[in-house]
Design a protein around this ligand. Structure first.
Ligand code: SAM
Length: 290
């Protein structure tokens, strides 16, 4: 079986299939042989589990997943790669390649169809342009998965895995920490890819919580507050919510006071519990959804 981390093998595939790398689709293929086995181990691929892969490329990670898992389903948007995958994954009868866009496909249906009765992990070397929307889509749709193990840009990894209430945090940090226990598994240098991207990467592991980290009766209001707060993160939260959501400043200041928080506080200073308390107090004052 050809070695898909060998640049000569990749170049041979590229030339035989007349393939041209698409920057827009984030096509940087892994050539560091130690990365894919580690990712497959970290996501917990085992003989009784299923793995959903996003963007198999020429199948280098897919093979490591297929060696360990009962079933692998890989979603690849680029139809030029489907013929390549047919060749590189020949011999693996536990892999289904789906030619579709991960941002559009019905993932719940796909999981039901492909992984009935199995514990499922998501494992991927994500194209850069879909990192945040892709991860948020998986989390917000409450996909029934055990963990999400993905390679992302180093800086994005640091933001995703930051603690809410720190300067490194963003709206996506709050969402990730609300649904998961996030951690950075390891860093990967740009030289580990062909062609090499401009930035270094990191593999993160998002372990899904059984229930969200904090209780918020109105999840939409919670995330509206978080998004409006971070959209104007340098402003006080009272100002950001007035500007972003049209909330009455007095109501926000009252909710801040009830939550034991300063009226000068900014969203990036609040941890998950403080954000939840504020949201729940504000909901009491404004009477539910606005
Ligand atoms: N897994 C391979 C590897 O590690 O070498 C390829 C990873 S490459 C960074 C990202 C892959 O995602 C490419 O194969 C690209 O065509 C695919 N891709 C990009 N956008 C996608 C989308 N919206 N849905 C599914 N696959 C996508």
């Amino acid at each position: 079986m050809s070695n898909l981390t060998d640049v000569k093998v990749i170049k041979d595939i590229v030339s035989r299939f007349e393939f041209k790398f698409s920057k827009g689709l984030g096509q940087n293929f892994l050539i560091n042989p130690s990365v894919c086995p580690k990712m497959a181990e970290i996501c917990g691929a085992r003989e009784d589990s299923g793995v959903l892969e996003i963007g198999p490329g020429i199948g280098v990670l897919t093979r490591e997943l297929a060696k360990r898992a009962k079933k692998v389903a890989s979603i690849e948007i680029d139809n030029r790669l489907i013929a390549v995958l047919k060749e590189t994954l020949a011999g693996f009868d536990n892999v289904t390649v789906v030619n579709d866009d991960v941002l559009k496909v019905d993932l719940h249906e796909l999981i039901r169809r492909e992984f009935s009765g199995m514990k499922v992990a998501v494992c991927a070397n994500l194209p850069y342009y879909i990192t945040t929307p892709g991860i948020l889509r998986l989390l917000e749709s409450r996909l029934p998965v055990d963990n999400i193990t993905v390679m992302v840009q180093k800086e994005v990894a640091q933001r995703l895995c930051a603690s809410p209430g720190t300067r490194e945090s963003g709206a996506v940090t709050v969402a990730v920490n609300y649904f998961c226990e996030p951690s950075i598994a390891f860093y990967v240098s740009k030289g580990s890819f062909f062609p090499a991207p401009k930035v270094d990467s990191a593999v993160i592991n998002l372990k899904l919580r059984e229930k969200p980290a904090v209780e918020v009766p109105d999840e939409k209001l919670f995330f509206d507050i978080v998004k409006a707060g971070f959209a104007q993160r340098r402003k006080t939260l009272a100002n950001a919510l007035k500007g972003g959501l049209g909330f009455d400043r007095e109501a926000v200041e009252k909710a801040l006071f009830m939550s034991g928080l300063s009226e000068r506080v900014r969203v990036e200073e609040l941890d998950l519990h403080e954000l939840a308390l504020l949201c729940n107090n504000l909901r009491g004052i404004i009477g539910g959804r606005v």
